[in-house]
Design a protein around this ligand. Structure first.
Ligand code: NOJ
Length: 510
């Protein structure tokens, strides 16, 4: 990596699309690729640089597409290969990068590889998955109980760290490695700019299959599995991607709540380009917790040009505003934080509208892991059916679907959408915000104040985490470029942060 000429993904903001819930073009109540295509202008107007699509590949949908039965085809629910190509090309025409979701840890139990593997103990693909005569105590995620399921016809257990319909691949088998590298090449040849990699820390298993006391305590193995061989697997993926021109990127989900362990997945610049670090995703709106997360990243980020990521929500976790006890003020302040820290931010669809999680009755939930609330459909128009013509969407709308609809917010100057747009524009225009250094300044414990600087370009960010006003003398002499509540923009900063207010300041003469 050349520090004078940083790769595109260091300065970029990526928008996560959960396709089922984004936009429905064919009226079947499930979002699709044509729906995404129709909203590319919306994304360009918002000002993000790229999009990551959660899985749209052929799937029986036991885990909403994270159970893949053909990595090289699009599920008819979402569209076709041709439509995917159109989407990639049209995104590129607008300057938007496209990342796909690569799911290496497991396939669907309906994938032809697994059907062969389970056909008989001596099938050539038997060893593509992990079969044992005896189970150990490993537990699966998503409430699935034991990580081992018994296969009556062949009299062995197979391993699945998630649902029984998601058998784990055996990455110690070179044929599996080669087949999965082929999947990457298939999509790289079609012009995708990179991949988000699902649970990369799960791919390698302890070869001794020893019982783990943490599973005895009820934790799923995927919460902490972290074997050295995962790094070997990752280096292989990286070599494939590095063989292509155009700075293709690997963003890995390392779903372990230890920043130190997560950041080891950057390797020596030969593993992930970007690693999701989820500790801020759990944090309530609290300055001490955020400060700790930020310090941890500074402490553990390896040298060799490693670059952080910031994620405050996604399709597996409560939305920002829901986590912040419904506070729109906190959600707005968190947008300022997300888009001004040093690193690549990821925005989960609908955060730019300030959406809350939907309240969904147990009977109407479709996810075995109970993650439906944050997956509610995006309300595009104020009037029902909120832009979802035809069959009712697969999940109910989030609260306030009429007043939070995208159509209204695009034209309202004081909307959440307008705040995101102003922040993204400010970021695009400032090397300090995109690429600059980070320095925290001493401030009241209920505030965070930091400075971003890249050569002569400098910005100051002041965040008030609490519901009472605070003096913030650091900002005197600066101008308000963006305020989370819109107050005072374009004016000299008056030295006071209102309750839950976050401001992006620039020098007067800018
Ligand atoms: C992480 C994904 O984000 C989640 O949605 C999925 O259930 C698991 N990995 C298993 O693929």
């Amino acid at each position: 990596m050349n520090p004078q000429n940083p790769p595109w993904w260091q300065g970029a903001v990526i928008y996560q699309i959960y396709p089922r819930s984004f936009a429905d073009a064919n009226g079947d109540g499930i979002g699709d690729l044509q729906g995404v295509r129709a909203r590319l202008d919306y994304l360009a107007e918002l000002g993000v640089d790229g999009l990551w699509l959660s899985p749209v590949f052929r799937s029986p949908m036991a885990d909403a597409g994270y159970d893949i039965s053909d990595y090289c085809d699009i599920d008819p629910l979402f569209g076709s290969l041709d439509e995917m190509q159109q989407l990639i090309d049209e995104a590129h025409a607008r300057g938007l990068k496209v990342l796909l979701d690569f799911v290496p840890n497991h396939t669907s139990d309906q994938h032809p590889w697994f059907l062969e593997s389970r056909a008989s103990p001596d099938n050539p693909k038997r060893d593509w998955y992990i079969w044992r005569d005896e189970p150990n105590n490993w537990r699966a995620a998503l409430g699935a109980g034991s990580a081992w399921s018994w296969d009556e016809p062949t009299q062995q257990y197979y391993l699945h760290l998630f649902l029984p319909q998601q058998p784990d691949l055996n990455w110690r088998n070179p044929a599996v490695v080669e087949a999965m590298h082929g999947v990457l090449r298939f999509w790289l040849d079609r012009g995708v700019d990179g991949f988000r990699i699902d649970v990369i820390h799960c791919t390698a298993k302890d070869e001794t299959f020893a019982d783990d006391p943490r599973c005895l305590a009820g934790l799923p193995l995927s919460d902490f599995n972290d074997q050295p061989y995962s790094h070997e697997i990752l280096r292989g993926l990286r070599r494939v991607v590095d063989g292509y021109p155009g700075e293709r990127v690997l963003v890995g989900e390392v779903n372990i709540r230890s920043t130190e362990r997560v950041l080891s997945y950057y390797g020596a610049g030969d593993e992930l380009h970007l690693a999701f670090n989820f500790t801020p995703l759990d944090a309530p709106w609290d300055p001490i917790l955020f400060r700790t997360c930020i310090h941890d990243v500074q402490q553990w980020l390896p040298p060799a040009g490693a670059w952080p990521t910031w994620v405050l929500s996604n399709h597996d976790n409560p939305r920002q505003r829901s986590r912040y006890r419904g506070s729109l003020g906190a959600a707005h302040a968190s947008a300022v934080l997300l888009l001004t820290l040093r690193g690549t931010p990821f925005i989960y669809q609908g955060e730019e509208l300030g959406l809350l999680d939907a309240q969904i009755d147990a009977a109407a939930r479709s996810d075995p892991g109970g993650r439906d609330g944050c997956r509610a459909p995006i309300p595009w128009q104020a009037a029902p059916p909120h832009g979802w013509e035809g069959a009712a969407p697969w999940l109910p709308f989030p609260p306030e679907a009429d007043s939070r609809a995208a159509e209204l917010q695009r034209t309202a100057a004081d909307s959440t959408f307008a705040l995101y747009r102003r922040l993204l524009a400010a970021r695009k225009a400032s090397a300090a915000l995109r690429l600059g250094g980070f320095e925290e300044l001493a401030a009241h414990p209920e505030l965070m104040v930091y400075r971003r600087q890249c050569e002569g370009d400098v910005r100051l960010i002041c965040i008030n985490f609490v519901e009472r006003a605070h003096a913030c003398p650091h900002g005197l002499g600066w101008s308000v470029q963006v305020a989370s509540d819109g107050a005072g923009e374009g004016q000299p900063f008056d030295g006071t942060l209102r309750p839950l207010q976050a401001v992006l300041l620039r020098p007067h003469e800018d």
